[in-house]
Ligand binder design. Structure first.
Ligand SMILES: Cc1cc2nc3c(=O)[nH]c(=O)nc-3n(C[C@H](O)[C@H](O)[C@H](O)COP(=O)(O)O)c2cc1C
Ligand SMILES: CC(C)CC(=O)C(=O)O
Length: 413
């Protein structure tokens, strides 16, 4: 976190999200960095999420008068009109990157008129974040809790009362992924931070693992899937509380039939399903009443060597066939990435980690800078591609290198 007392801004020499990331890493506490970056096992999927974009090459069209381009999504999402087909994905504990955490992120989303999804495991409450982000705060992400559905119901009641539009059910985490990096770094949440959506003190202090990296008398909440029962210092919030007898455990028995039905019976909000990678799961989600689908591998944090969202997107879009919106997240770092996801059929995309870079360097202003930069880049790409609005982005505008070679001399080439 930037410790200056004057309001932080983004230095002029920072031009891209990549530059911002480097700047962020100059100050980010090692333990926060480990939490932000760590992926499942050897990190193949994290790398894949970043590399997949460059396997697609774009083929621009010229002389199309792109002096004015309209960047708004083709259709309303969550019954609202947004400035960009881009939103901020739920990520837990944003106070790790800035004291204003989710409130700063939501306010930045609001100022740019893009949607924001709040993690259940946020450091500010459902109501506080709604107040900061108003109409931009559309979704409450939820994990279903084993034996504590009363808490899920309470969260949903509060989200309904506060004016959220959707519950975003994360389905890719029946258990936390294997994240050895986090275990090695003994990740802990400092004592002064809380999971404030819960009135009971879940994730209260553990006795050991004083955290020296945060420069306070932090005690710990840990969140890695540690299979070694002797290591109390590295557990998920669920495991942590379990180990203290005050249990908050993600329900690993979650299933379509029981839990989508239960959700539909217990909330008036739209239900979106986050973490779909197989077309047949998209079909299940629709069959059980999902209002939308988020194609995602959880930023490579859950299952290593699983496919990237972009690679499975076309098959899912084909299966869904326009019945519900299809959104995507994972590895979006440039305006051109937004273009490519839309060309392969996504209605909308979301970012996770880049928000933390903005928060770390300049709080709300930093998050706004991230959104503005992606918006500027996307606009330039649209103009260079000859697209005046997102409805003009077409699958035929992209090709893989091998696809291009095999086309040599045939068709329009
Ligand atoms: C630090 C961090 C915390 C996250 N916490 C959650 C969470 O609480 N719930 C959830 O469904 N996804 C969570 N995610 C996953 C994101 O919603 C999103 O799927 C992912 O970050 C997108 O990939 P990207 O970071 O490459 O943009 C988290 C991701 C990060 C990086
Ligand atoms: C508190 C965690 C379970 C949040 C999460 O989903 C993540 O770190 O990827």
């Amino acid at each position: 976190m930037n410790g200056n007392s004057t309001p932080p801004t983004i230095p002029r020499e920072i031009l891209s999200l990549k530059d911002l990331e480097a700047k962020c890493l100059e100050t980010m506490a090692p333990m926060v960095r480990d939490y932000l970056y760590d992926g499942a096992e050897e990190g193949h999927t994290i790398r894949e999420n970043l590399e997949v974009w460059d396997r697609w090459l774009v083929i621009p069209r010229m002389m199309r008068d792109t002096s004015n381009v309209n960047l708004t999504p083709r259709t309303h999402q969550f019954n609202q009109s947004w400035s960009l087909p881009l939103g901020i994905a739920p990520s837990a504990m944003q106070q790790l990157a800035h004291p204003s955490g989710e409130k700063a992120t939501a306010a930045a989303a609001r100022s740019m008129n893009i949607p924001f999804g709040l993690s259940t495991f946020s450091n500010y409450t459902i109501e506080e974040v709604k107040d900061a982000g108003r109409d931009s705060v559309v979704g409450l992400q939820m994990y279903l809790l084993e034996g504590r559905r009363d808490l899920n119901i309470e969260l949903m009641r509060r989200a309904e009362a506060a004016g959220y539009k959707a519950i975003v059910l994360t389905v890719d985490s029946p258990v936390p992924g294997n994240r050895p990096g986090l275990i090695k770094s003994n990740f802990v949440m400092p004592k002064h931070m809380k999971f404030r959506n819960f009135s009971e003190d879940f994730g209260g202090p553990l006795d050991q693992a004083q955290d020296t990296q945060f420069n306070d008398d932090s005690t710990t909440v840990a969140i890695a899937n540690d299979t070694n029962p002797d290591s109390a210092a590295a557990r998920t919030p669920e495991q942590t509380t379990k180990s203290r007898g005050n249990q908050l455990i993600v329900d690993s028995s979650i299933n379509w039939e029981r839990d989508m039905t239960w959700l539909r019976e217990n909330t008036s909000l739209e239900i979106w399903v986050k973490g779909i990678l197989h077309p047949l799961d998209a079909e299940e989600a629709i069959a059980y009443g999902a209002s939308g689908i988020m194609v995602s591998n959880h930023g490579g944090r859950q299952l290593d060597t699983c496919v990237s969202a972009l690679d499975v997107l076309p098959a899912i879009v084909k299966q869904v066939n326009g019945r519900v919106p299809v959104h995507l997240d994972g590895g979006i770092r440039r305006g051109g990435d937004i273009f490519k996801a839309l060309a392969l059929g996504a209605d909308f995309v979301w970012i996770g980690r880049p928000v933390w870079w903005g928060l770390e360097v300049a709080g709300e202003e930093g998050v706004r800078w991230v959104i503005q930069t992606l918006k500027r880049e996307f606009e330039v790409v649209m103009k260079l591609m000859g697209c005046r609005h997102v409805g003009e982005i077409k699958r035929e505008m992209m090709v893989t290198k091998s696809g291009l070679l095999s086309m040599g001399g045939s068709g329009v080439f």
